[in-house]
Design a protein around this ligand. Structure first.
Ligand code: PMP
Length: 334
């Protein structure tokens, strides 16, 4: 019989699929890696598994332990899922502005969710970082993975995401295009792919960061933007600036328009940061020829953004262009 022994065994080994419509006029092959097919619905399942297994090995997480992390998003889902399967409780700390629905997802997995106060500075003990530090200490068996600094996060991508892309492209990948939030994906995947391709005739894989316009990674000042999960306003430990060769600053309007096109034209209902990655991949592709193979990583599903990116009124209200009707549905003209 062919079955997985636990849902945790289904993390990773996500497929690549070729883009066919949004790539019109482009000679290079553009492939996307579908991370929403992980059991928790995002790329973050990979780091959750690695960080928890590392903590078990190091004796930091023991039977009866509790995983405590300040997150409301994809990392929370991954940690809740892995913690539960391995017999640990999990507690997540969020801020009030986080949508009720996101907290409900974590609670649905059996996690506890603590909502901190608004309007406190990041270094206050009442910030969501502060509360998580305190809870990790006070709760017996508490363990805080800290995805921004935990070396297991980039290591999980070095050990899984990178090798999967290399094997599936049979070593033909020429460009990797990924977003960077905590930096784990670009640092781990990029490092692996550059290392394994270092001596080939084609030259090493070029690593491109698809960054929200305004984020510091692409030279911005850290001003706010709407796309979620990518970009930063401060430098974080797991972002290794020596890995990327290039950075493309992509506006919210470009990211969201591309996310919508991926849904209507490619059958891929993916989130805003996936739109950022593909928008950047197409810019990278402009100067390339038929032998080039670009792989863009699509971190999560569009299901979590139905009330925003995929809602025409929300798009118009936030100034992301006009909605125009097309033969395949609606499109945002930016
Ligand atoms: N996209 C989404 C939707 C995410 O949640 C994240 C994680 N913050 C990323 C992209 C970026 O991944 P990383 O943290 O590995 O840089």
């Amino acid at each position: 019989m062919k079955y997985a022994h636990s849902v945790v065994d289904l993390i990773g080994r996500t497929p690549l699929v070729k883009l066919n419509r949004v790539t019109e006029g482009i000679e290079a092959t553009v492939l996307v890696k579908l991370e929403y097919l992980n059991p928790g619905g995002s790329i973050k399942d990979r780091i959750a598994l690695k960080m928890i297994e590392d903590a078990e090995k190091a004796g930091e997480l023991k039977p009866g332990g509790v995983v405590v992390e300040p997150t409301s998003g994809n990392t929370g889902v991954g940690l809740a899922l892995v913690a539960q399967q391995k017999g640990y409780r999990s507690v997540f700390i969020t801020v009030p502005k986080v949508a009720q629905e996101k907290r409900d997802v974590l609670r649905a997995y059996g996690a506890d969710v603590v909502v901190g106060p608004t309007g406190v500075s990041a270094d206050s003990p009442l910030s969501y970082y502060g509360i998580s530090d305190q809870l990790a200490e006070e709760i017996e068996g508490g363990y805080k993975p800290d995805q921004f600094s935990n070396p297991g996060a980039p290591a999980s991508h070095y050990e899984t995401t990178g090798p999967e892309i290399w094997e599936d492209t049979e070593g033909k990948i020429t460009h990797l295009v990924v977003g960077a939030g905590t930096g784990g994906t670009v640092s781990g995947t990029g490092h692996y792919l550059k290392e394994v391709s270092a001596d080939r005739e084609l030259g090493p894989v070029r690593v491109v960061v698809a960054d929200p316009d305004g984020s510091i990674y692409s030279g911005g000042e850290g001003r706010p933007y709407f796309v979620e999960g990518v970009g930063e306003d401060v430098w974080v430990k797991n972002y290794d600036p020596s890995v990327p060769d290039d950075h493309y600053a992509i506006t919210d309007a470009e990211s969201f328009a591309m996310a919508r096109r991926l849904a209507t034209e490619e059958g891929l209902l993916v989130g805003g940061s996936s739109g950022t990655a593909v928008a950047a991949a197409l810019k990278v592709a402009e100067g390339l020829g038929p032998d080039d193979v670009i792989v863009a990583v699509l971190p999560d599903s569009g299901r979590g953004y139905l009330a925003k990116i995929f809602n025409d009124q929300w798009m118009i209200d936030h100034g992301f262009g006009e909605v125009v009707s097309t033969s395949t549905g609606t499109e945002i003209s930016v």
